[in-house]
Design a binder for this molecule. Structure first.
Ligand SMILES: Cc1cc2nc3c(=O)[nH]c(=O)nc-3n(C[C@H](O)[C@H](O)[C@H](O)COP(=O)(O)OP(=O)(O)OC[C@H]3O[C@@H](n4cnc5c(N)ncnc54)[C@H](O)[C@@H]3O)c2cc1C
Length: 327
C-alpha cells in the first residue's frame, strides 16, 4: 500500500476542508471495507485519508416530519436492527441482510455502500473505471463478462454494486451532500451516474463532497420489498435484484416503482413494467408479465444472457413479496 497521511477531523466542516479538489488527492474513509482493498491493490493511491466514522453529524437513525433520516456512517447492522426501519421499510432490511458476512454488516456503512466502487474485474485489475485497454478498447465485451451489465450504457459495462440503491430509489429517497459551499439534496437516482471517462466515478459527488445522510419519505401504506438472486448465500454481490414500492387503492395498484439492481452501471428504473401494473389487481400472472416487460431493451453480453431470466424472476418475486408485506 502506498504511504498516506491520515486525518481524523472533529467536525464535518473540518472534514470537507481536508478533501482535495481533484480525485486522488484525498479519499474518504468510512468502514473501510472497500477503500482498504482498493488501496492495497493500488487502485486508489490517495495522498490523504480522511476518517469520517467519528463525525457526530453523520450518525444515527431518526424520525423526521416526513419520514426517516439515516446518517451516512450508520452501519448495515444498525439498519437491520432499527425498529423504525423494520416497521416501514422491509425492502431496505432485505437488501441489508443480503450483504454478505456479519463482519461486512458490522463495519460497512450506508454511505460507503452507495459510494463503493464497481466490482468489474478489469477495473479491479487496474484497467480504469470502464475497464479499457491502453488503446481505449473496452475489455468486458471481448473478455470475461458473466457478471456484467445486461443494460450497458455507453462504454460502461460494469454493474452498480450498491444493494441499497434500488430500494432507496423505489422509495423516493434523497441524499444530502456537504461540500465547500454548503449542502445540497438530490434524489438517490441522481447520485448514480454513468462515467464517461476511464477515470470517472460511479457517483455524482465532487472530490471534496461528503454524502452526509439519506432522507426517506414515510412508507406508511406503501408495500415494499427487495428480492435478490444470488449465486450463494455468502461473500458475494447479487446477480440480479428488484426492489419495488407499491401504492395500493383497495386491491388494485395505484402506482408502482420497480428498480432493478446489479444489471446496469446505475440502478435501472423499469418504467414500462411500472406502467403495466397501474390500475390493475396484482396477480402472480401479472407479476410475471411485469418481469418480462422489465427486461425489454436488455442487451446481454456473450456470457451473461442468464441474467435476463434472473431479472424477470427477481421482479416477479419482489412484487409477490411486497403483496405479503405489511403496508
Ligand atoms: C465480501 C464482500 C461482499 C459484499 N457484498 C455486498 C453486497 O451484496 N451488496 C452490497 O451493496 N455491497 C456488498 N459489499 C460491499 C460493501 O457493502 C461495501 O464495501 C461497504 O458498504 C462500503 O462501506 P464502508 O463504510 O466500508 O466504505 P469504505 O470502504 O470506507 O468506502 C467505500 C468508498 O466510498 C467512499 N465513501 C465512503 N463513505 C462516504 C461518504 N459518506 N461520502 C462520500 N464518499 C464516501 C470512500 O471514499 C470509498 O471510495 C460487499 C463487500 C465485501 C468485501
Amino acid at each position: 500500500m502506498q504511504a498516506f497521511e491520515y486525518a481524523n477531523p472533529a467536525t464535518l466542516q473540518e472534514a470537507v476542508a481536508m478533501l482535495g479538489s481533484s480525485w486522488g488527492e484525498a479519499d474518504i474513509l468510512a468502514g473501510g471495507t472497500d477503500l482498504i482493498s482498493l488501496m492495497k491493490d493500488y487502485i486508489h493511491t490517495p495522498k490523504r485519508v480522511v476518517n469520517i466514522k467519528g463525525l457526530k453529524e453523520l450518525q444515527g437513525i431518526t424520525k423526521t416530519a416526513t419520514g426517516l433520516r439515516i446518517g451516512a456512517v450508520v452501519t448495515f447492522d444498525e439498519v437491520a436492527e432499527s425498529p423504525l426501519i423494520r416497521s416501514e421499510y422491509p425492502s431496505i432490511v432485505q437488501a441489508v441482510l443480503g450483504v454478505a458476512s456479519p463482519q461486512i454488516r458490522n463495519m460497512g456503512t450506508v454511505g460507503g455502500d452507495l459510494c463503493q466502487r464497481n466490482r468489474c474485474w478489469y477495473f479491479r485489475q487496474g484497467f480504469g473505471t470502464l475497464g479499457k485497454d491502453k488503446d481505449g478498447t473496452s475489455l468486458p465485451p471481448i473478455g470475461e463478462n458473466r457478471y456484467h451489465a445486461i443494460f450497458p450504457k455507453g462504454d460502461a459495462y460494469f454493474v452498480s454494486a450498491s444493494s441499497l440503491g434500488p430500494p432507496l430509489i423505489a422509495l423516493g429517497a434523497k441524499v444530502k451532500i456537504a461540500g465547500p459551499s454548503g449542502s445540497r439534496e438530490i434524489p438517490v437516482e441522481e447520485l448514480f451516474v454513468v462515467p464517461t471517462s476511464n477515470k470517472g466515478r460511479e457517483v455524482s459527488l465532487a472530490p471534496n463532497e461528503i454524502l452526509t445522510e439519506i432522507l426517506i419519505p414515510s412508507a406508511r401504506g406503501v408495500r415494499n420489498a427487495t428480492y435478490e438472486v444470488r449465486h450463494k448465500q455468502a461473500l458475494d454481490w447479487p446477480l440480479a435484484t428488484a426492489s419495488v414500492a407499491l401504492r395500493m387503492k383497495g386491491s388494485t395498484v395505484a402506482s408502482a416503482k420497480i428498480v432493478l439492481g446489479h444489471v446496469g452501471p446505475t440502478p435501472v428504473i423499469a418504467t414500462e413494467a411500472e406502467a403495466l401494473l397501474a390500475g390493475k389487481a396484482l396477480t402472480p400472472d401479472l407479476a410475471a408479465e411485469a418481469g418480462k416487460v422489465a427486461v425489454n431493451g436488455a442487451k446481454p453480453l456473450s456470457g451473461n444472457e442468464y441474467k435476463v431470466q434472473l431479472t424477470r424472476v427477481a421482479v416477479k418475486r419482489a412484487l409477490m413479496e411486497a403483496m405479503k408485506a405489511r403496508a
